[in-house]
Each structure stands twice: as C-alpha cells, then as structure tokens.
Design a protein around this ligand. Structure first.
Ligand SMILES: *Cc1c(COP(=O)(O)O)cnc(C)c1O
Length: 388
C-alpha cells in the first residue's frame, strides 16, 4: 500500500493534511502480541487510541483478538459503551466525585487506589443495586497510582468486606512498572517481588478471584516474568517499539502515517531568511516549499531545523522554525510542486522517517508525537479490521 499516491482529484483542500491510520496493522499487531503471550490481553486505547481514534482503534484491537480494553478515564470508557462496544472495559484513573454510578450502569470496571475511592464505589453500588467490578492498584515502586505497601492490607481488608457484602467483586490486582523499557533494570525484579507479596496478602484476605496484571508494551515484549494472568499493552498495538528499536523484529508495524501537501513553492536567492527569526538561510538560490501544518496541529516546534520529512523522493530537514500553522522545506533544485505529498512520519517502508526518528530528533518519545498530532489534520482510515 502506498499511502502517498493519490489521484489528482484528491489534491483538494480535504487532503491538505491527513493522519492515515491502518486498521489492519492495529489488528495484526494485537494478534501478534496476543499470540506472543498466550493469555488474555487488555488493549489500552486511552488518549483517543494513542491518537489513532478511540472507536476505530478499539474495534481493530478487538478484531485482532484483544480480550478487554483499558482506558485512563471514565469518559473514554463511556464513549466505548455509547458506541456499542460490549467487551470488558477498565478505567483506572478515577478522582474524587467520579460518577461511579454511570460506570456501574455501563458495566465499566473501575480501579481503586485508596480507601476513599473504595468507599465511593461502594456507595454507587448501593445506590444502583449493582455489584461493582473493581481492580485494586498497588504501587510497587513507580511512585504513581496505587496504594503503598503500607496502605495495602487495609485497602484489601475493606475490599474483602465489600465483596462479602456483594457490593464489589474484586476482579483485578495490578501495578505498573517504572523501567519496563530497560528490561535488565534492577527495579523490575524488585517491583515483581512487591507485587507478588501484595497478591499474597489479597488472596489471604479472600480476594482469590482476581486477575493479576502488570505488563505494559515493553514488558509484554521483553519481560515474560511480568505477564501474570493478563498483559496490558498500549503503544505496541499501534506498531511502535517501546524499547526504541525496529518494531518489525517483533512482528509489529506502525499504523500511523502523517502527511500533508505542499501549498506553495517559490524560488529565493542565496541568503534569503526563512521563517520566523530567520534561523535558516539557503547557501544557494533554491526552491522553498510551504507545508500547511504546524505546532497547533501537533507538529512540535522543536522540530524546526531538526526533524526530517519525505518530499520529492528525498528526506529533507525542516528549514527554519515550525510556525503555528505551517513550516518550510528547502528542496534545492528538485522538481517539488504544489500539491506534492510531504510525509512527516510513517512506517518507514516508503522512504519516510519513522515516529521514532522524529522522537529522537526532537528529544521526546513517539508516544507524545502520535498522541498529540491532531488539530487540523483530517484522519483517514485504511484497512477493514473492525469496520462493520
Ligand atoms: C498507558 C498505560 C499502559 C500502556 O502502556 P504502553 O507503554 O503504551 O504499553 C498500561 N498500563 C497503564 C496503567 C498505563 O497508564
């Protein structure tokens, strides 16, 4: 599939800038990971499916064999339900006053970090007459969500009482790793040990029906000792390697291609100043090509004079600053014309840079790039996975 070849009639405004999402790649990546771990897989589709679209991504991972869906916040879970998705869904980032009754009515599983959170869930269970399906979170060393090992026995005891009363069913015990992308890091073994101790405490308190889950994408790829009863990958479903290498070595392919069309070209003399602050100046007379996307669309401003794009058959560094709505390329004497495609990042199979290369160029991670690209890019789907 060549994403950048379009019929001339497609050289229209609607095609000015688009994020092309390959649904079949998302489904195939899911299937590859599911086969690798040979146990239930909760596919993480938070943050609008990592920028690929919540609902299409959810349908594609389910078509690829995902057993459950994971999101950060309740609104994301409710959007899945409103669209008719019936697979198990967990929302793990719940604040005080969260609408747990809505979660219960929509059959959304919720995560609990603390006694006050459990009390809110129990209140909602009483109000709705439903049993809340709850995952308890233990902070095994990330220092983020979860009860500390000191708080854990009390939380577990309260959850066991609520379970005995029929108000909650504890269906998950989970934690999250700090260094999964450094598979030999000593914190990993330490976190696994703390997790296992926490599971033992929960089981001794009678919480025996819960699935244990710990592994994000990096751990799903590199750390079989963290897989327990279910894995919880996100970024790898979209074909990006959380370990920073080539995703093809794990049978993964990037699902996102970000492209735009040249809206203007012009000849300028040697020494011309290009874009705000004139941080770029061509040494010879040259052709400049204007690309109609900028930082308001999620193209990082830090990409100016650093990141490369594919245009006119070659990779070229962005010339000068990235502006709010546009950036400029120096295409030399090459015959780049108005309407020609410019690929920012994609799978890398057509000569374009990858999201990983962009991340390296702007000193971030590909997660941030794919989740922030948006603005005035139009999203277009190719492939059929999960499409009814
Ligand atoms: C985002 C997230 C994941 C998925 O992480 P990836 O690195 O994208 O695989 C899993 N679990 C939790 C708690 C998360 O916040």
């Amino acid at each position: 599939m060549t994403l950048v070849e379009q019929a001339p009639q497609d050289r229209a405004v609607g095609n000015r800038a688009e994020v092309v999402v390959d649904l079949d790649a998302i489904a195939a990546n899911t299937a590859a990971l599911r086969e690798r771990v040979d146990r239930p897989l909760m596919a993480v589709v938070k943050a609008d499916g990592y920028g690929h679209g919540l609902l299409p991504a959810a349908r594609a991972v389910l078509a690829g064999g995902a057993d459950a869906l994971g999101v950060a916040v309740l609104e994301e879970a409710l959007a899945l339900r409103a669209a008719g998705i019936t697979a198990p869904v967990l929302a793990w980032l719940n604040g005080p006053g969260e609408d747990h009754a809505a979660a219960l009515r929509a059959d959304v599983e919720v995560s609990v970090n603390a006694a006050w959170g459990l009390a809110e869930v129990v209140a909602a269970a009483r109000a709705t007459g439903r049993t809340a399906r709850v995952h308890l979170t233990i902070d095994t060393g990330l220092g983020r969500e979860g009860a500390t090992p000191d708080e854990w026995p009390q939380l577990v005891a309260a959850a066991a009482r609520a379970q005995a009363d029929g108000e909650v069913a504890v269906v998950g015990l989970w934690s999250h790793l700090a260094y999964a992308d450094a598979p030999r890091h000593p914190t990993i073994g330490a976190q696994v040990r703390v997790f296992e101790e926490a599971v033992a405490v929960a089981r001794a308190a009678g919480l025996t029906g819960a699935r244990r889950h710990l592994a994000n994408s990096a751990a799903t790829i590199a750390l079989p000792g963290t897989w327990f009863d279910m894995v919880r990958p996100g970024v790898a479903l979209y074909g990006l390697d959380p370990l920073g290498g080539n995703p093809a070595q794990y049978g993964l392919r990037p699902a996102m291609t970000v492209q735009a069309r040249v809206v203007l070209t012009k000849r300028v003399p040697a020494g011309a100043g290009v874009s705000y602050g004139h941080t770029y100046s061509p040494a010879q007379a040259t052709t400049l090509a204007l690309v109609p996307v900028g930082y308001a669309d999620g193209v990082p401003r830090a990409a100016g004079n650093r990141a490369r794009v594919l245009a006119g058959g070659a990779q070229r560094r962005i010339a000068g600053r990235v502006c709010m709505d546009q950036f400029v390329l120096d295409v030399g004497d090459d015959p780049v014309a108005v309407g020609d495609p410019v690929v920012l990042w994609g799978p890398g199979t057509g000569g374009e840079p990858t999201a990983q290369q962009w991340a390296d160029a702007v000193e971030t991670i590909h997660y941030e790039l794919v989740t922030r690209v948006g603005g005035r890019f139009r999203r277009r789907y190719v492939g059929t996975a999960g499409v009814r």
